[in-house]
Design a protein around this ligand. Structure first.
Ligand code: SAM
Length: 250
């Protein structure tokens, strides 16, 4: 059967001229262990972002960049740099891309395999997170290398979905401190109305898998956004099974 990009079911190849990560490093849905699914989801993410940026461009608020290819992008919680793979597949390699993550092995793979392929940079931060870096010793405050401040576009996909409230608040404030004044943040999070302020595993299937699927009360999360100094420029109810916000500094 013909498949997306002709990859079939094999794993560990290349996409858009960039090496793909070994399946064991891939997160998100288990099906992403197959190159075809990983690539399809990466492209879907890029298109979801473009759709929100398109709506944003109709607003009165001026953005500091036009297309993603012209942007300086910071991907916080980059994992395997899946967003960069999606951009490569869409022919939109950015002017600059910086991936930051608390997992050293993911940053190592990105550095070893992607750094030389463009103006791409990867930074490990030893930020404490009960799911991904329980022994981490820092908060996000002051951790991002100043060389990577002033990004036009900050991607934070499926990261607030694994955070306690304090970490989410600190992250929003830190991103507000370092983003370009006319930049944008795209983030995904589970939010629901008429819900508890914060809960892990809102489906009630607690099984000791810490911070697998965090959910915030929608108004509670939007107050956090406001208090960090952002306004909401866009909202989508369901992108890859999570809610997505586009934020602008205010
Ligand atoms: C579910 S994965 C998503 C990876 C990637 N954004 C994607 O969509 O493919 C969540 C990632 O966030 C990272 N992470 C969690 N807390 C973080 C923090 N405070 N700062 C940076 N990265 C963090 C994890 O190590 C993990 O790689």
């Amino acid at each position: 059967m013909a498949s997306f990009l002709g990859y079939g079911r094999k794993t560990g190849g290349e996409a858009g001229g960039l090496p793909l990560p070994p399946p064991k490093l891939r997160m998100n849905h288990a099906s992403e262990k197959e190159d075809e699914v990983y690539c399809r989801h990466a492209v879907f993410l890029v298109r979801a972002v473009l759709a929100m940026l398109e709506v944003d461009s109709l607003s009165k608020y001026k953005r500091g960049f036009d297309g993603l290819a012209e942007a300086d992008i910071l991907d916080l919680g980059c994992g395997t740099a899946r967003f960069l793979h999606g951009l490569a597949l869409e022919g939109m390699l950015p002017r600059k891309f910086t991936g930051v993550d608390v997992q050293a092995k993911h940053i190592r793979w990105c550095r070893d395999n992607l750094s030389g392929r463009g103006n791409f940079h990867f930074q490990h931060v030893d930020v404490q997170n009960d799911r991904y870096n329980p022994s981490g010793r820092a908060t996000i405050h002051g951790q991002i290398d100043p060389a990577h401040h002033d990004a036009d576009f900050v991607m934070i996909r499926s990261v607030f979905t694994h955070m306690r409230t304090a970490e989410a608040v600190q992250t929003l404030h830190e991103v507000r401190n370092i983003i370009a004044g006319d930049g944008r943040v795209y983030l995904t999070v589970n939010v629901a109305q008429n819900a508890e302020a914060w809960t892990d595993r809102p489906d009630g299937r607690a099984d000791g898998d810490n911070l697998l699927k965090v959910q915030f009360n929608k108004a509670y999360f939007e107050n956090m956004i406001d208090e960090a100094g952002f306004g909401v420029s866009g909202f989508a109810e369901n992108v890859e099974n999570q809610c997505a916000y586009l934020l602008r500094p205010v």
